[in-house]
Structures are given as structure tokens and as C-alpha cells.
Design a protein around this ligand. Structure first.
Ligand code: GPV
Length: 812
């Protein structure tokens, strides 16, 4: 039931067509038939905002007076993707707008494509936040985002001479219609300077002076719920110099310095750091982290005091601050600073309020991602925050040494400050009442390995919430034909927020050959759509009857795109050796960005593109084998890619991928997972059953056992496998069009193959072969596909959000 269709102002197709035409002509001063797509897009975006804003206003009013608990996600990334279509669907206009535009002779998809996809995140971590906001709004639940309005999002990727080239992503160039600037809600963030103490009315008072002020200006983006009246907010902060007002203060001869400080201030929100899973320790990044933490908390505190007669009492009963990975971990000392320095709470009471308000999600066990800031850097940039961290640490160690006097080594290990560094994960764990991992296996590794010393002290703090994704974006909107087919078959209960598990009813149709045929038809259309995109963007022809085997995600050694690439080389070698042997046609598709400074990952991109070029130009492979690297993977291209997939490659070294969320997006679009027993793949296997997933390779335990014994010996594996020897030699003997890949060869052969690529190669080849053979039996393949869709409901972010509510934020 769509509540917007009951109201007086109900949108009808005729009304939409009239309003739209009028809006376009007002904006463009052209008749609709002469207007450009750009103006049509702007008109549509404005109409959407005009309809959302009044509901948003009402939500803001209610949020000011209601006493429900509110959640704030603090995250350095929000990878929201294009919003126009989602707003339209959420408003319940999903039939009106496309039909209306068609009747006006316009193409909906072309208009939607005008929206610049905001890339304010690197990958899974930032996209998870966007899915969580979508689900919270769909479930009528007040959860808001707090982050940074980067002027430049994640770079755009081009492939030139087989290599990644980065291009700046100036996404705001033509303005952004879905944000509202709120200058009157600006706050000042203070950097540098020194802290002086003074006795004021008998109380030791800390005075921060000689600091550099930066103005944080909020821009709010509405987050609307599906067919309901909820609109939450994503607040993104922009850094500005404190004011032209201050320019006057500098005055006499200091003009240049003042202008310089302007660009220094603005640099804070200038650009998203493009490294996924990488800690670089840059001062500017530390500034960014404090920037949105400080600004965000200030507004939340101000709002709460306004509602509660100027007091923060009871804050932790009404507000949850959720720390997304460690980047916002300074929420802990910053909130302490507010309570102790500004609100005059005693330390113990303040600490109790802080721990009760904060919860923390960890997203990786890779050691290179763990944030450790040098003490002197933090001390210089944030002197008062550092003092507070020191005091938190001093009291924590005092308590631990008192409670566990014989555990000196452990007590040192879990210290926040050690070896001249501030360990942000320790700060987040000690300062939060909840710590969670993002899949069962990952949470287990956190308890037993990564944070085992903390688990021994605070077992009750540890939780698991397996990730989920928004089915509304990644299935219902991206794969409308599939959505309609399912609704025609089992009804639309599953499309309601929180009800996706009703898809289970599809299991009844798993062997129904009519349904199978229809599903196959939908998949074929989606494959054709992607093939068309590939033709247009890469001028490569792929056979839509071939298996679409897809790996899309950030390029990282642990995600092992390299294993996929080496296997393709092997398949090509076989095809060359036996051109007339039976061969199941296959298209291997890759997409993903590498961090600009990650040389190895960039070599992998180059290798894939070199292989693709060679294979796609060999007449021998025509209609049998092709390889495609789709440049500039982002949320928009993802929406075309997932629906077209038949095999979902999830082949990380076991124990390394915290959860993965692409695996879930593929699954709900009917792809069958081919993967290791890692992250959420394990839970996917549990839900679909081992007949409906292809697993291979070492288990996390086996990987850990090898690592405890110093790794394995990759040369032994190589010696036993002539096929693999051939492939490895081709990396360095010039057979790849003269290009050589010594870095890759050395890592695998000479440097012990940290990610077990060679070790898992044979078992990967076997499972690939098996899946290709199985594909020939259409009936059983379609059955697998249906079983995947039918069991994907649990991987909705609606389910994740419901678990956070119940187990972590404790909301009835
Ligand atoms: I830490 N993740 C990410 O995208 N970037 C990061 O910097 C870090 C983690 C990812 C994990 O790799 C995925 O396994 C996980 O599904 C995702 O975060 C969301 O939890």
C-alpha cells in the first residue's frame, strides 16, 4: 500500500506531465520539445525536492519534540550513488514518472544518467553506510548520517594503454540538487595552539588558545523512506575559513596570509582519500577525522540541550553515536571534552555517559588498515583531545593493573598509547559499550585473534551483525524486470521494508520450468543491456549467450583478482592447445579501482587489460572466450553489472574479507557465488545450501595455521603443476605482447605468496570447470539461481538494521 497515493495532493500521471512540462519551461525558457536533457533532469530533481522537503520539514519538527532514541552514523565515507530514481521510487512515483515521460516522448534513463554519481566513498565501507541509511528510513526509524562533503570524490578511473589513470572527480561542478546548505548551523572547529590551565571558581579549567579556527558548514541531503513518511538527514560538512569577517581582523598587510589560511581551511574537505584499507598517517587526514567528529557532535549536543532545558542529562538514553570503523574514534575524547570542559560533569559520570552513547563497528582484520597516529602529530594538532586520550588511557591502565596485576604484558598490549602511537581501535573499544564485526567469521576472528585481549576483559561488549545491502537499490530498482517477475509469481510482500525474507516463497518455483524460462529471459535481457554498455564504452563485442562470470570490487591483493586472471591465462592456453575441444563459452568481466599509490594492484589491472586485449583480438576465441575490464566502477555501473551476472566471484584469501557486500548484491540478482569460505560467503553457503554455491580453496583456519608456521612454500606448488608453471612463465617471458610482470611473479614465487594464490590455484581451476559443466544443464542452473534469490532476504540491510536496533542500540 502506497500512502502517497491516498493523500489529497496525490500525484497522477496527468498532473505529473503538466507540472513537469511547466517546470522544464520555467527553468530552460524553451518549449519542452526543444529543451535539453540537462534541463529535464533539473526539472525532475526540483519536483522531487519540492515534494520531499515538506515531509522532511515535518520529520525535523517531530524529531525535535519526540523522545525516541536517535542514531547518528559517524563515517568518513558515505557512498550514496545517484539518488533521483530512488527518491522517485520512495515517493511512490515509480510507475507515474517513466510512463509520463514516455508519453511526453522522453527517455527516463537518459534523464537519470545526467545525475553525477556522488563518489564520497571508496567501496564497501562507505556503501554500507548508504545502505544502512536507506534501510533505517524504510523502517521508519530515525537514523542520520554525519560525514564530509568532499569537493572531489573518489577519482574517476580511465584505462590508457592498459593502465589505470586517475582523473579528478569534480562532482559539484554543475551543482547538486539534493543538498540544502545550512549556513546558520555552522560551527567552529579548532586546530593547533596550546592548552593553558587556570583555576576558575575553584575548578581547574582548560583553556585552548592560539588555535586556528576552521568553519564547518553543514549541507543536508534528505534520506527518504520507501513508500512512507520518513525523511532522515545525511549531514555533510564543508570546511571554510572562519569568515571574511576575519579577513578584516587580519587586515594591515596580512591579506595574503589571510587568503592562504582560506585555502588551508578549505583543503580539509577538498578530497576523499582514495586508499581503501590503507592507513597513511597524513596530517590532513587527521584533520578530516576531527573535523566531522567535532562539528557533528557540536550540533547533536546543541540540539539535545535545547530539548532538555539546557542539560545533557539522560543523553545516552536518547542518542546513539555509531562509530563506523576507527576514523571517527575521536568521538570518544571529543564527547568527554564537551562533558568535562564545557558542561562541568565529573570525569566518572562523563565517562559513563560516553561509553553508553558510543558503539563501534570494525570492518577489517588486515593489519595495514589499523589506524595508529603518531603521538606528536596528534598532540600538536589537537592538544586538548590528546590530553584527554592520555587521561582515558591512564585511568584504563590503572584499572587493569588493579584488576589483573599479573597480566602486565597484556595490559601494556591493550594500551591506547604505546610505542609513540595512539591506537585508534583501542580507543574505540575502550570508549564504546559495543564492538561488532560484520560477518560471523569476522566477528569470531575479532574475538579470538585481533581483539582477544579486549574480549577477555569485556566479553559482553562483543557482537556480530552480518552486513546487508539495500534490495531497493540493488535489486528492485536495478533489476526491475526481475522484481516484476517475482511479484507476478509470489506477490509483493517481499518488497515491503523488513519483509525480504518472504522471498523464500520462491523456493516453490525452483524447479518450475515456466518460471525458470522467464527468469532466464530476464537474465538474458540484463546481459544484453550490459553487452551494449560494453560495446559502447570499450568497443568490445561479448556473446550474451556465454556465461557472464564477474568480479567487481576494489583491486586488492587479498581479494585475489590475480587468481582469476591467472586462471583465464590457463584457460586460454588450453584453448590454444585444443581449439576444437568442447568449450563452454565464457565472458570474464572485471571492474574496480586501485588506490593510486598501490603499485601491485595497478599491475594487476594492467595484467587483466593486457590479457583482455590479447584474448579479445585472437580469432580463435571468437564467441567462446572474452575478457572485459569495465573502467570506473562506481555505484551506477554496479547497478548495470550485478543484474547481468551468472557467476559471482568472491575469491578472497580465507580470513581476510571481513564480510563482502557485493556477494549479496549478486546473489539477490540470481548469480551463483563461486568463492572461498570467507566473510559472509560462509553465511550465503549456509542459507542457499552447498548445492547452490561453488566453494574452493583453503579455509580460514588452514590459512592461519600456515601463517603461524611462517607461511607455505609456493615453489613446491609450482613444481607440481606444469599448467601453472606455464602461466607463471608467461608473466615474464614476453608472451603477453612484450609486457612483463616481474613484480607479480616475484611476489608469488620468490616472496612466499602471502595471499595463497598459487596454493589455491588448482582447486580454483577445478571449481571453475565444474561450474561451466553444470551451466550446460539449464534446468539445474536455473534452479540454483532461483535458490539464491529465494534465500537472499536475510542479506537485506533491513535485517542488519533491525539487529543493530535490538542488540546494540537497544531500541524496542
Ligand atoms: I577497514 N572495508 C572497506 O571497504 N574499506 C575499508 O577501509 C575497510 C573495510 C570493507 C570490508 O573490506 C568488507 O569486507 C566489508 O563488507 C565492508 O567494509 C563493509 O563492512
Amino acid at each position: 500500500m502506497n500512502i502517497f497515493q491516498e493523500t489529497e495532493n496525490k500525484m497522477t500521471k496527468e498532473k505529473f506531465k503538466r507540472d513537469f512540462k511547466k517546470k522544464v519551461e520555467e527553468l530552460s525558457s524553451e518549449k519542452l520539445e526543444n529543451s535539453t536533457t540537462k534541463f529535464q533532469y533539473e526539472a525532475l530533481a526540483q519536483m522531487v525536492m519540492e515534494n520531499i522537503n515538506p515531509i522532511w520539514a515535518e520529520n525535523r519538527r517531530l524529531n525535535r519534540i519526540n523522545t525516541d532514541k536517535q542514531i547518528y552514523f559517524f563515517s568518513i565515507e558515505f557512498l550514496i550513488g545517484r539518488l533521483l530514481r530512488l527518491y522517485i521510487n520512495n515517493l511512490g512515483w515509480e510507475d507515474i514518472v517513466p510512463d509520463g515521460l514516455e508519453e511526453l516522448g522522453l527517455d527516463y534513463d537518459n534523464i537519470l544518467a545526467c545525475e553525477h554519481d556522488p563518489a564520497l566513498g571508496n567501496g564497501g565501507l562507505g556503501r554500507l553506510m548508504a545502505c544502512f541509511l536507506d534501510s533505517a528510513a524504510a523502517l521508519d526509524f530515525p537514523a542520520h548520517g554525519n560525514g564530509i562533503r568532499y569537493k572531489y570524490g573518489l577519482f574517476q578511473q580511465k584505462i590508457v594503454n592498459h593502465e589505470q589513470v586517475e582523473v579528478a572527480d569534480n562532482w559539484l561542478k554543475h551543482g547538486y540538487p539534493f543538498e540544502i546548505r545550512q549556513p546558520e548551523k555552522s560551527v567552529v572547529v579548532k586546530y593547533g595552539g596550546n592548552v593553558r590551565t587556570e583555576m576558575v571558581n575553584g575548578k581547574l579549567t582548560f583553556i585552548h588558545e592560539n588555535y586556528e579556527p576552521v568553519l564547518a558548514v553543514p549541507y543536508d541531503v534528505p534520506v527518504s523512506g520507501y513508500h512512507n513518511k520518513t525523511v532522515n538527514s545525511l549531514r555533510l560538512w564543508d570546511a571554510q575559513p572562519v569568515d571574511d569577517f576575519d579577513l578584516n581582523a587580519f587586515n594591515e598587510g596580512h591579506f595574503l596570509k589571510a587568503v592562504q589560511s582560506k585555502s588551508q581551511a578549505e583543503s580539509i574537505s577538498q578530497v576523499l582519500y582514495p586508499s581503501d584499507h590503507g592507513f597513511e598517517g597524513q596530517l590532513l587526514r587527521l584533520k578530516q577525522e576531527y573535523f566531522f567528529v567535532c562539528a557533528g557532535l557540536k550540533r547533536i549536543v546543541r540540539r539535545y540541550k535545547k530539548q532538555h532545558q539546557g542539560s545533557l542529562d539522560g543523553f545516552s538514553d536518547k542518542i546513539c553515536i555509531h562509530i563506523n570503523d576507527t576514523h571517527p574514534a575521536m568521538c570518544v575524547p571529543e564527547f568527554m571534552r564537551i562533558l568535562v570542559d564545557e558542561e562541568n560533569y565529573g570525569w566518572d559520570e562523563a565517562w559513563d555517559m560516553t561509553v553508553k552513547s558510543m558503539s563501534f563497528t570494525n570492518h577489517t582484520v588486515l593489519p595495514e588498515a589499523l589506524e595508529k597516529w603518531p603521538v606528536d602529530m596528534m598532540q600538536n594538532l589537537l592538544p586538548r583531545i590528546y590530553m584527554i586520550i592520555e587521561e582515558i588511557n591512564r585511568r584504563f591502565l590503572e584499572e587493569m593493573n588493579g584488576k589483573y596485576p599479573n597480566e602486565e604484558a597484556r595490559n601494556y598490549n591493550i594500551s591506547i598509547i604505546k610505542d609513540g602511537q595512539v591506537h585508534m581501535a583501542h580507543l574505540a573499544i575502550i570508549g564504546s559499550h559495543s564492538v561488532n564485526g560484520v560477518a560471523e567469521l569476522h566477528s569470531k576472528i575479532l574475538r579470538e585473534e585481533t581483539f582477544k585481549d579486549f574480549y577477555a576483559i569485556y566479553p559482553e561488549r562483543f557482537h556480530n551483525v552480518t552486513n546487508g545491502v539495500s534490495q531497493r537499490r540493488f535489486m528492485m530498482a536495478a533489476n526491475q524486470e526481475l522484481k516484476n517477475l517475482i511479484c507476478d509469481t509470489i506477490g509483493d510482500k517481499w518488497t515491503q521494508p523488513g519483509q525480504m525474507e518472504a522471498l523464500k516463497d520462491l523456493e516453490k518455483y525452483a524447479s518450475d520450468s515456466d518460471f525458470q524460462k522467464q527468469l532466464q529471459g530476464v537474465k538474458y535481457h540484463n546481459k544484453e543491456r550490459l553487452a551494449k554498455y560494453i560495446k559502447e564504452h570499450l568497443n568490445v563485442t561479448v556473446n550474451p549467450h556465454s556465461i557472464f562470470d564477474i568480479q567487481v570490487k576494489r583491486i586488492h591483493e587479498y581479494k585475489r583478482q590475480l587468481l582469476n586472471a591467472l586462471h583465464i591465462m590457463h584457460v586460454y592456453n588450453q584453448l590454444c592447445a585444443n581449439p576444437n575441444a568442447d568449450f563452454v563459452p565464457k565472458t570474464y568481466i572485471f571492474a574496480g579501482k586501485a588506490a593510486p599509490s598501490y603499485y601491485f594492484a595497478k599491475q594487476v589491472i594492467k595484467l587483466i587489460n593486457v590479457i583482455a586485449d590479447k584474448i579479445n583480438h585472437d580469432p580463435l576465441t571468437k564467441d567462446k572466450l572474452s575478457v572485459v575490464f569495465i573502467p570506473n566502477f562506481n555505484v551506477s555501473s554496479a547497478e548495470l553489472i550485478y543484474p547481468a551476472a551468472e557467476i559471482s566471484e568472491q575469491i578472497s584469501t580465507a580470513g581476510k574479507e571481513a564480510s563482502g557486500t557485493g556477494n549479496m548484491k549478486f546473489m539477490m540478482n540470481g548469480a551463483v557465488t563461486l568463492g572461498t569460505m570467507d566473510g559472509a560467503n560462509i553465511e550465503i553457503a549456509e542459507h542457499v545450501g552447498m548445492d547452490n554455491i561453488y566453494t574452493f580453496g583453503l579455509s580460514a583456519e588452514e590459512v592461519a595455521n600456515y601463517n603461524h608456521n611462517g607461511g607455505y612454500h609456493s615453489v613446491d606448488v609450482l613444481q607440481q603443476n606444469p599448467d601453472l608453471q606455464k602461466v607463471m612463465n608467461q608473466l615474464i617471458d614476453g608472451s603477453l605482447g612484450g609486457d612483463t610482470f616481474h613484480t607479480i611473479y616475484d611476489a608469488l614465487v620468490l616472496n612466499n605468496d602471502t595471499y595463497f594464490v598459487l596454493k589455491d590455484f588448482a582447486s580454483y581451476c577445478d571449481i571453475q570447470d565444474q561450474s561451466s559443466r553444470d551451466y550446460l544443464n539449464h534446468h539445474s542452473w536455473q534452479k540454483k539461481s532461483i535458490m539464491n534469490i529465494a534465500n537472499s532476504g536475510i542479506f537485506s540491510s533491513d535485517r542488519s538494521i533491525a539487529e543493530y536496533q535490538k542488540d546494540i542500540w537497544k531500541i524496542k
